[in-house]
Design a protein around this ligand. Structure first.
Ligand code: PLP
Length: 360
């Protein structure tokens, strides 16, 4: 067969979906399994969201609002920025993909920390750009000095994942300010703030409040995590008018679908409940992390809704052990395991399973 797709894409890993809890439960002959693998919040959709989706289905024979006007306006009001600075997409991963496409020609470079979000190498390779991965510090966080040093003449973008998925570490304000000051003005700095709502450090960065006035800083956010809308696929960026306008031009048309637009508006109206739930997650985080650190002393403190267990060669073995006990976690072979926080009962169950592993 003649080659139809680009040869450079062959090296990308194929996407391996996480196990479905229903399949695992059936295999183990149990009523249910617990999924702590995808950084979702365990409390269901926010109040009003399911109703908003149901209502939106009445007009699904029509195209959605291409300009996403109502949602962008609601976000603009909430964030205190002009709606012209906002662009939405089918999840913030899609928004990032559009940003890479808008900045990089084949052979250009994107610098980011590694290990970080698995989607980065994929969206970078998608446009034929080159990933420059800068190893995390021994404490599992971004090495901003090394990232700065990795910026070269071909670098078009640098991504700061804050807090970082999958390690949960975060970069504080002063260090990030010094970094942003030092990055050349013509390199786009993307602050990926998918987990912002869970960050409680006094020093926690809010990309908009702290760096929203910088022309080369773009903040990306999502409704998938704290806002409980992972299945509806909505994310957005806030950047300069020029950047946001460019992304609105190249975005896959209508990719923020009508159910997602209505749902996101309903979610924003339930912000108090989102905050209450995020606080529950944070309380669980402190409790579970303290227990985990007794088993895995170098597990870093997390500012997100998951914890990183740097188990290295035992990562897959640990995940298999959890799975045999009906708990699905996310291993990264040879590196570590990421465990999302569930309800307190689910977390208790996870902790006892983890204790069982280390007792062996
Ligand atoms: C989950 C996540 C996102 C958001 O993904 P969506 O496409 O909006 O669901 C973005 N960045 C990071 C680092 C994430 O972990």
């Amino acid at each position: 067969m003649p080659r139809l797709t680009r040869a450079d894409l062959d090296a990308l890993p194929s996407y391996v979906p996480g196990r479905s809890p229903a399949d695992l439960a059936a295999e183990l002959g149990l009523p249910e399994a617990i999924k702590l693998a995808s950084n979702e919040v365990p409390y269901g959709p926010l109040p009003g969201v399911a109703e908003a989706v149901a209502e939106a289905t009445a007009t699904t024979h029509r195209y959605p609002d291409m300009g996403v006007v109502a949602l962008r306006q609601a976000l603009a009001q909430r964030l205190g920025v002009d709606a012209g600075r906002i662009a939405t997409g089918c999840g913030s991963v899609a928004v990032l993909e559009h940003l890479v496409k808008a900045t990089c020609a084949p052979g250009d470079e994107v610098v980011y920390s590694w290990r970080s979000f698995e989607a980065y190498p994929i969206v970078v390779a998608g446009v034929g750009a080159r990933s420059v991965q800068v190893p995390n510090t021994p404490e599992h966080g971004h090495d901003l000095d090394a990232m700065l040093a990795a910026i070269g003449p071909r670098t078009r973008m640098v991504i700061v994942c804050n807090p970082n998925n999958p390690t949960g570490t975060s970069v504080g304000k002063d260090k990030l300010r010094a970094f942003i000051d030092a990055v050349p003005q013509d390199v786009m700095i993307v602050l990926d703030e998918a987990y912002l709502e869970f960050a409680t450090d006094e020093d926690a960065v809010d990309g908009l409040v702290d760096f929203g006035d910088r022309d080369n800083v773009v903040t990306t956010r999502t409704f998938s995590k704290a806002w409980g809308m992972a299945g509806l696929r909505t994310g957005y960026l806030v950047g300069s008018e020029t950047v946001a306008d460019t992304i609105r031009k190249i975005v896959t048309p209508f990719s923020t679908n009508s159910c997602a637009q209505s749902a996101a508006l309903a979610a924003l109206a339930a912000e108090d409940e989102m905050k209450r739930r995020a606080a529950l997650v944070v309380a669980e985080r402190e409790r579970v992390t303290a227990a985990i650190q007794k088993l895995v002393p170098d597990a870093p403190r997390s500012q997100a809704n998951f914890v990183w267990l740097p188990l290295r060669d035992d990562a897959v073995k640990f995940a298999k052990h959890c799975e045999s006990q009906a708990i699905i976690v996310r291993p990264f072979a040879g590196d570590g395991v990421r465990v999302s926080f569930g309800t307190s009962e689910q977390n208790d169950r996870f902790l006892s399973v983890a204790e069982g592993f280390f007792a062996e």
